[in-house]
Design a protein around this ligand. Sequence first.
Ligand SMILES: Nc1ncnc2c1ncn2[C@@H]1O[C@H](COP(=O)(O)OP(=O)(O)OP(=O)(O)O)[C@@H](O)[C@H]1O
Length: 949
Amino acid sequence: MPEAANTAACDGRTDSPQPAPETLDGPDLGPDPDAVTVENGGCNDLVHHKPGQERPEEKEMVDAVASAVGAVSDSIPAVQICVRVRPMLQWEKAEGYEASAMELKEGINGTVALKEDGRHRHFGFNAVIGGDRTQQEVWEMSRLDAVVRKVALGFHATVFAYGQTGTGKTHTMEGFTYEHHCGIAPTMAAARPRVKAKATPAEQLGIVPRAVVALFDRVEAIKAEKDVAAPATSAPESFAPATSASSFSSTSSCVVRLSFLQIYNEKIFDLLNPSSTVSQREAGGRGEEFSGLRLRWDAARRHFFVENLFQYECSSAEEALQHYQQGIQNKQVASTTMNVASSRSHTLLVLTLLRREGDEEGNRTPGRQGRQGQGRPCQEVISQLSLVDLAGSERSIAGVSGRDAGKSTTRFQEAVNVNQSLFVLRRVITALSKREATGRNEIVHVPYRESKLTSLLQNSLGGNSYLVMFACVAPSERQDDENLSTLQYASQAACIRNQPVVNLDPKDQLIQQLEARLAVAHEYLRRTLQVAELPEDLLEEERRAAGAPRRPRPRLKAKAAPKKRTAHGQAAQEHDGAHAQAAQAAPATGTGQSRSARAKTWTGLEQRWGFQDEPRDPVGERKQKNQETASESSRESSKSTTKPVKRMSGREASSATSTLSRVVQGAAQKSPSCDDWPFAVRSKKSETKGQELFAAVDAMMRGYDGPKPSPRKPKPRPASLPPVVPEVSASQWPPKPPKESPAASAQSSETALDGMAGSKCSCCGSDRPPQTDAEAEKGAVSMEDALQLQKALDVQRRLEEELLAAHGRIQNLEVQQTKLSGEQAMMQNLQSENTELQRRLEVFYKAMEFEADERDAHPTEQQDLTPKGVVPPSPEIEAVASIRQKIEKFHSQLVLEAVTLRNEVARLKKKKWIIKAVLDNGGEHERQAIVEEVAQLRSKREFDGSTAT
Ligand SMILES: Nc1ncnc2c1ncn2[C@@H]1O[C@H](COP(=O)(O)OP(=O)(O)OP(=O)(O)O)[C@@H](O)[C@H]1O
């Protein structure tokens, strides 16, 4: 079965009988990114994709957009898996724990070999770190300096530690000393251990404090205009120009914010908000249950975030570390049978680096130049470094009674929650590795939303973030089973494929994408028209849309000095000149207004047809056209110094406009950010900017349209008169699509044009002077072109309409999505309300039961309460009353039982589903753990039942 084969390949392990095989599990991620050895079903081949190497499926435009927005290729892999084996602890030695038979080949690209059922399993990882390595060596071997550097460049990165309880995750991440580290065997009876952060020697500090310091070093370097960006060699570092020292100006800013939370019993607590910590909540005394901070979905950035989470802006590493230490004090820690200071929650420290270039007013950074020599508006890059210390998975706690029974229940509850969220994490890892192995992105469901932890880590696992995973392993033989499970999941995690990108603000990303698309469209036009430079009017329109001042246009020589003036041309000039004077004399009249409007239209037409001239009224334009037509041959022969602008044929124009529309439309469909537009564009200024850019593209798309025949009723034209260029009034623009066939359309348009041409003036109705034959011939050619261009225009208009409709559909979808998320939130609320109600119902029934018991226990007291003088009830009545009481009691008991059973059934159904999923995935360990858990639940229920009876 191919799927199974693939899965096994990506499972990252190779089982083989002794002697040990040469093939290693896991990815071979050597320091040379170009040297790829794919032993794991193609894991991480993205990481090794050679910079500049073209993927066959990538198209030209996608390449251009990607290079502008930024993809990544660097010497550090996007996903790194490091295995750390802790040394044997004092108490373990004292208890006589045997060392594991695990074989390590330490170092970068090291291996771990573990025996199972007489067979060796070999795993390969990016780094294998032995028990005697210092924290500094761990930092260096996991190349975290480079990861922090990436964060400074605008990428997200996540570092997390995974492993069984007591394997050294917290030691790796925090490194702080805890009380009770006195070499005694851990016990659940011990008091809550306290962290002694200040007393921790510097060399023992873990990854979090080191990362904080390293990040602030980078920030200082940025501020001091030192080297931040790697030499801007490749496109992926496309943000490098913005981050390079030269571009960092007084209008740039760099801010670090810190937040710290814990997920305890599947609830989110803010470790930096005193009123939100677990202990504060417990001491609050109001008795209400805290449901934890809420997760929300940010549609623009496409990630989950925690609502109302405190974020502290830190100006130095010391300040950030102070917050961190304060948060650590609030973390849930307890002594268990496996670890004296066991983290009972998952903690997430998030350092957000916000880099802004340019100020809010839109002042541009001098060093930053746009594509056409213009500055760019304010740009924002937000990158996050997430440092996660997971709580450890553990086998259920059993055999605790007496004084520690309460603690046991709490620990048990915690362990169940931790196991459950880790179980979801493992399912996410398995699904992602399966997805990479099969390459069926759509089919494999990744259950991110099934736990808060995986929801928050969505971008880190299979997303756009760098990822470093520390798989922590214990050195004793007793934990070999758990170690094997950890190594298997670590190996699967190596198959996850992340695609780090610079996290530009969505609006900036949109601008970059639009610019890239514009560049592609320009290039396409240049190639299609076979010109070195695009027509000036296009660029001018684009500049205008971008807010740049209008450039003076050069006048054509032909207009300034026509060599030959025909009698007709002269007559026409005089005629039109008279009209121009009349228009000047009465600018407010309707004639003057329509003329200026027409002049505008004609200007556009003239420009689109390749004449570069100042706006004129239509008559003037026609006059110039006639002059130019007349002097064309002489201009050519005299090799005019005026820059030649290639005139498009109708076919070329049609093809250019439709292809341009296709390119832009295709780009809009390709880009997710564009889909979000205009929702993603928050800043008003940037929104305007985005619209302007769209307008520029739109203007380009409208760039080559020809004149339109007048809708005036055609008059029969004397056969002796040659055809001339028609007049078009502003109210008749844009032209309507022709309904008849192209041939018929050409015929009828020509007839119409012929009919109106030259016979009467559109303004005054006076007779027009006739044209010469040469002018008439030129005019006829222009008409053909005009008709073809009109067709092109129709195609373009249709495409535009489709584009608009697509945008409308996207907007509708967005609205629906928003509605759906609202409904989802409502459902969640209802569910929590339902749970709350059920809980209250249980309490109520218990209270009823208690009351009934009380009544049963003290029947005489009730008799004593009978007022004197009142005749005591007869034995029959008493018997009936007691039976009624019993019935009531039974009834309430039954109701209670029914509720409990219903809950139990629901829980068991859930468990059944989980077990099914586990069995499907072949997770032997989970199956065992769940069976144990179910047994525990059952025994607990039995115990509760026996206590109750
Ligand atoms: N590399 C190491 N060198 C020395 N001691 C270590 C090392 N790693 C872990 N330890 C010690 O092992 C014990 C357990 O470590 P730690 O608390 O970090 O485990 P953990 O995986 O975080 O456990 P939990 O999941 O229960 O929180 C601690 O006493 C710690 O000091």
